[in-house]
Design a protein around this ligand. Sequence first.
Ligand code: PRP
Ligand code: URA
Length: 215
Amino acid sequence: MPSPSARFKSVRIYDHPLIQHKLTIMRDQRTEHEQFRQLLNQIAGLMAYDICSNLPVTSHEIETPIARMTGVKLANTTTIVPILRAGLAMMDGLLALFPEAHVGHVGIFRDEKTAKPVTYYAKFPANIAHGPVILVDPMLATGGSAVHAVNLLKEAGCRDIRLVCLVAAPEGITALHAAHPDLPIHVASVDERLNERFYIVPGLGDAGDRIFGTQ
Ligand code: PRP
Ligand code: URA
């Protein structure tokens, strides 16, 4: 059986012990929402470093207290787009590394019976297409929400889109690959499967409810 990274093209799995340690605490049903939120933000921050490893840079001439030199700076402003609600809980961790980032929002929920995505909000910065976009949602289950969010971003002209999520189902990755073959996916775990209610197994339950205490 090949490893999930080998099975899925353009999927980067973060099997770092610190991330997996925090994810295991999150999965535990006894973990309360305060700790759940803290850990989700911490994992997002840890993943951010690698998500950005190939961001475009431009040369900049500067003068240090000692000498002139050519350094580099990020070429464009990055926009971070959380999928509401659950994506919001990864924002502090990401913005800590990207304090200058712009922020867009997409509101999508799954219809409870069909699991099909329903969009209720979308607002992007005017210049979003000029730079990289980090799309954020902890859960990739059927993939419907993420496919739809990427459609909206592409309609807005975005070309460099990177998806960051915490837990994915193989079904969601397959759906995303079919709709958007080149989209890089950064994920802490690819779990076994979806259950009959389209929840990820073993997963961590309903992320939005666990973050916001609404169950
Ligand atoms: C969850 C999650 C994703 C979506 C994933 O949101 O945060 O957005 O489900 O499922 P999918 O891959 O099958 O589309 P949910 O629909 O529960 O909305 P909420 O965040 O408002 O609770
Ligand atoms: N959304 C969640 O929050 N959890 C799942 O397991 C699937 C979709």
